[in-house]
Design a protein around this ligand. Structure first.
Ligand code: BES
Ligand code: ZN
Ligand code: ZN
Length: 500
């Protein structure tokens, strides 16, 4: 969608539809909306007086303007109560407006910058407005051949800015928003893609082409490299598949010689469970098991575009997890990169096995932080539901940074503890650790397993099993269509933008 910024006289603006946001429970519109209401002989305030429009969040009402202003239609959008207004309100209401516009088959519309005079920073307000619209209008059509059954494209959005002083800030917000939205959509595309299309090889090719386009460094370790390096986890998990595993390494150098931040993303392009095979019901959802890796690839693209003054390395272990005569088996003992051993209790707890190699490898860079992101455990969904990702850390300072970024991005996280008791559950009789610690506290024992491979680096683990794609328990959000959400991308970008 093309996004244009305009200012001037609102009544002179020619557009199919002008969207404006109103707070809940306020009898009279104020500011520019009051001005528009006057030009329309009270058409807006009438809807409020008569109870047709209350301003409840995401409520909408369409009005025709009968040439009293040059915009043909008005779309009133509820912003909820003034005291609850925040960036998430803006994403939500803006997403709702965009969906209404698309349902009406309009190809362009104009919007006021909701809450322009509310007092939130204009740059972030603009970013939220655009995120809401762009991400709501996302749809995954690559495998649809009947054009008429696809949603119509909204081609153009014009943001009307009241105060001329705000234009430069809106422009800044727009630049960031485009980069953030493109990255989120890339992550959604990769995650939504079926496993016969996006294989580990295909992911590596995407990473390479991004690296070329945005001048990142990209290196892909092949099975033979992994054998030399002793990456027993990823080698074992991939051994049942015909698809060769890849360890994708993307490097962005935007900072001085300072030590890097490493992002590690789980990319199991299909998780059947392996020999510990999953039930067939909903097994198709296991294409989403590459969502962490997709988020890291997309984040690398965004930070390169944003030219952040940091050094960031993305590491994506990519493999399938399938059963076969050559597959790894329960009871097997694996030797990970760096030498630690693990006993396989379940071949379905494969994520932690490939992350162990990737995380241990990442400590070679002496990073200031390691952040891993993975659809790691169903237990995390049991603990937190689908509304927040699980966060576990060995460094409360770093954890605080992630919590702050979550607040700003609207991608909620909730911290779970990493007390040493949990490590007791993963003690093995014959190896250093075992890959399952029983049913109790499954999200935490998975993290406890990973913690054995981080050395003394500050580290945060994000379990996105409940948030990576819409599933049972997900509540509909206007800007999150069914399927992959791209979760983590906006959170990680925000975290890295805040870093310096
Ligand atoms: N990829 C799954 C986690 C998952 C579950 C993702 C549901 C999406 C939806 C992970 O590899 C897995 O299978 N974890 C097991 C661990 C168990 C065997 C200790 C789980 O959560 O059941
Ligand atoms: Zn699994
Ligand atoms: Zn998995």
């Amino acid at each position: 969608m093309e996004i244009i910024i305009e200012s001037g006289k609102i009544e002179e603006k020619i557009t199919e539809l002008l969207s404006l946001g109103l707070f809940e429970g306020e009898k009279e519109p104020t500011g520019i909306i009051r001005y528009i209401d006057t030009l329309l002989d009270g058409a807006i305030s009438d809807t409020i007086k008569n109870g047709d429009f209350t301003g409840e969040l995401n409520q909408t009402l369409l009005l025709y303007t009968h040439n009293k202003i040059k915009s043909r239609r008005l779309l009133l959008v509820g912003l909820g109560k003034r005291e609850d207004f925040n960036l998430e309100t803006v994403r939500s209401a803006s997403g709702k407006a965009a969906l209404q516009v698309r349902n009406m088959s309009l190809s362009s519309y104009m919007t006021l910058l909701y809450g322009e005079d509310f007092g939130l920073p204009i740059e972030t307000l603009t970013q939220a407005l655009i995120e809401g619209a762009e991400l709501a209008l996302y749809s995954f059509n690559r495998f649809k051949t009947e054009k008429e059954k696809m949603p119509k494209e909204v081609k153009e959005l014009t943001i009307f800015v009241q105060k001329n002083d705000n234009i430069a800030l809106v422009q800044k917000g727009l630049t960031v928003a485009k980069i953030v939205c493109n990255a989120t959509k890339l992550a959604r595309d990769l995650s939504n893609s079926p496993s016969n299309d996006v294989t580990p090889q295909a992911l590596a090719e995407v990473a390479k082409s991004i690296a070329e386009r945005y001048s990142l460094e990209c290196k892909v370790l092949e099975r033979s490299d992994m054998e030399k390096l002793g990456m027993g986890g990823i080698l074992a998990v991939s051994s049942g598949s015909q698809q060769p595993p890849k360890l994708i390494i993307m490097k962005y150098k935007g900072g001085k010689e300072s030590s890097p931040i490493v992002l590690v993303g789980k990319a199991v392009t299909f998780d059947s469970g392996g020999i510990s095979i999953k039930p067939s019901e909903k097994m198709e959802e296991m294409k989403y098991d590459k969502s962490g890796g997709a988020a890291v690839i997309a984040t690398m693209q965004a930070i390169a575009e944003l030219r952040l003054p940091l050094n960031v390395i993305g590491i994506i272990p990519a493999t399938e997890n399938l059963p076969s005569g050559s597959a790894y088996k329960p009871g097997d003992v694996l030797r990970h990169y760096g030498g630690k051993t693990s006993e396989v209790i379940s071949t379905d707890a494969e994520g932690r096995l490939i992350l162990a190699d990737a995380i241990a490898y990442s400590t070679n860079y002496k990073p200031q932080a390691i952040i891993d992101i993975a659809t790691l455990t169903g237990a995390c969904v049991v603990a937190l539901g689908t509304h927040a990702s699980g966060m576990i850390t060995n460094d409360q300072n770093l954890g605080k940074k992630v919590i702050d970024a979550a607040e700003l991005s609207g991608e909620k996280v909730w911290q779970l503890p990493l007390w040493k008791e949990y490590s007791e559950q993963i003690k093995s009789e014959i190896a250093d650790v075992k890959n399952v610690g029983g049913r109790a506290g499954g999200a935490i024992t998975a993290a406890a397993f990973l913690s054995k491979f981080v050395g003394n680096c500050p580290w945060v683990h994000l379990d996105i099993t409940g948030t990576a794609y819409t599933q049972e328990g997900s509540i509909e959000k206007t800007y999150i269509p069914k399927g992959a959400t791209g979760v983590g991308v906006r959170l990680l970008i925000q975290l890295l933008r805040n870093w310096s």
